[in-house]
Design a protein around this ligand. Structure first.
Ligand code: F6R
Length: 264
């Protein structure tokens, strides 16, 4: 894992957007894995800015979102469909047929999981997967205890996740109990992963993910086994890391290497 500790949440969002933009610019048919939530909102704002001010085009891209609540229709104000439309898709040139979010209203949610997996595969797999992390170490809605080999399927939300997300619903009782989510195995199949975290509330999960054992108790820890994962943090989210100084020094050394390569 590459760990980058940046000065604040704004810098984290900008770095995340920059990496996504690089993949979009370099790849003739990029497939993006997208996430929702408070952490990635800034990434989408920055992508919209790059689209408007620097001509970044998503016309040739496709995207797959990580997850959706079961029982919420695409136009429900709390659905992840709606989140994505309002925060990104309505403001960029990604064609309507090119983005997918799991169908929270599918008559057969298990079949929807299989359909979603097949659609990702048919698209050639995900080039870069954007991720946030839950306070309990979840990625997507893969709650503690999830199989590290899981594929897209129905998952029950943990109580802590429902409480954390109650802020969007106004009341805990309104937060759905089930979601359809890419599995940990689906996420590990992406060619590159980019996990962003900001704020002190994520510090324990980040320390467990980066420096703890690989365990189903912290589903994000499975990313230790992924060959190309970058974790971008603000100082508060990084505050539980034992090796923070090492990660900072490693980034400086990397920058030096890039300079040498440029000169050569
Ligand atoms: C959302 C998702 C979740 C969030 C995580 C962090 O699509 O898959 O794993 O990334 O719950 O959410 P925030 O950023 O709101 O703290």
């Amino acid at each position: 894992m590459r760990v980058m500790i940046l000065r604040d949440a704004e810098a984290v969002a900008a770095a995340g957007a920059q990496r996504l933009a690089e993949v979009v610019r370099r790849n003739p048919a990029p497939v993006l894995g997208l996430a929702t939530g408070g952490t990635v909102g800034g990434v989408y704002q920055e992508l919209i800015r790059l689209h408007r001010e620097q001509g970044l085009s998503l016309a040739h891209a496709r995207s797959f979102n990580l997850d959706e609540y079961l029982g919420l229709s695409a136009d429900d104000p709390q659905s992840y469909h709606r989140f994505m439309f309002e925060q990104l898709f309505a403001h960029v040139d990604l064609p309507r047929g090119n983005w997918q979010v799991p169908d929270g209203m599918a008559m057969d949610p298990r079949a929807e999981g299989r359909r979603y997996e097949a659609a990702i595969e048919a698209a050639g797999g995900i080039d870069i997967q954007l991720l946030g992390i839950g306070r309990d170490g979840h990625i997507g809605f893969n709650e503690p205890g999830s199989s590290l080999a899981s594929r897209t399927r129905v998952k029950a939300l943990a109580e802590q996740t429902r409480r954390d997300n109650a802020r969007f619903f106004g009341a805990l009782e309104r937060v759905p109990r089930l979601a359809i989510t890419m599995g940990v195995g689906t996420i590990l199949s992406a060619r590159e992963c980019l996990l962003l975290a900001t704020g002190e509330s994520k510090a324990v999960a980040i320390a467990a993910m980066v420096e703890g054992p690989v365990t189903a108790l912290v589903p994000a820890s499975a990313l230790q086994l992924h060959p190309a994962t970058t974790v971008i943090l603000d100082p508060a989210a990084a505050s539980g890391l034992k090796l923070a100084e090492y990660y900072r020094a490693a980034e400086e050394a990397e920058a030096e290497l890039r300079m040498l390569q440029k000169e050569a």
